[in-house]
Write a protein that binds this ligand. Structure first.
Ligand code: CO
Length: 173
């Protein structure tokens, strides 16, 4: 296994829609293991393949550090949200926007279809933190970051502040 570099905004790969996987092979399995190791290393709750520079419709979620009930690690290949219900605001962060938290409105419940690690179809109904994590990661696969879910005014403010702060960090070094 290997730690992968996590791409940060404004890296272009994060803004591109990912490609569906047509075959799940040894490279896919290695990528999944490396993504899990990379996510666990930074104590993230989810990671999409394009966040490590691979534009494939694949993401991993592990809420075990946050939730008391042990939800197993979830591997999603070609996931799609087929139904969603309700709306709820909550704070979230993103490994590609390090150091930032923001309240984002998302559906309360989602119904997701996709393939598991073995390439077998599966369905998942989720609410709470899992529903939020699924929407966040599937947004990544569509080339969307959490500020794309903000109002235009808040988005511009957030982007400007973020870009100013990363410039500051670079000049400080
Ligand atoms: Co993210």
């Amino acid at each position: 296994m290997a730690l992968l570099e996590i791409k940060k905004y404004p890296d272009k790969v994060l803004k591109q829609k990912t490609q569906e996987l047509s075959n799940i092979d040894g490279n896919t399995q290695k990528l999944i293991d490396d993504m899990l190791e990379t996510m666990h290393n930074v104590r993230g709750l989810g990671l999409a393949a394009n966040q490590v520079g691979i534009s494939q419709r694949l993401c991993v979620i592990d809420l075990s550090i946050k939730e008391d009930n042990k939800i197993p690690v979830i591997i999603l290949i070609n996931p799609v949200i087929v139904e969603s219900e309700g709306a709820i605001d909550a704070e979230e962060g993103c490994l590609s926007l390090p150091g930032y938290m923001s309240s984002i409105k998302r559906a309360e419940k989602v119904f997701v279809k996709g393939l598991n690690r073995e390439g077998k179809p599966f369905e998942l109904e989720a609410s709470g933190l899992l529903a939020r994590a699924l929407q966040h990661e599937i947004d990544h696969l569509e080339g969307m970051l959490m500020f794309d879910r903000m109002s235009p005014i808040k988005r511009e403010f957030f982007k400007r502040k973020y870009l100013r702060d990363i410039r500051k960090i670079k000049t400080d070094k």
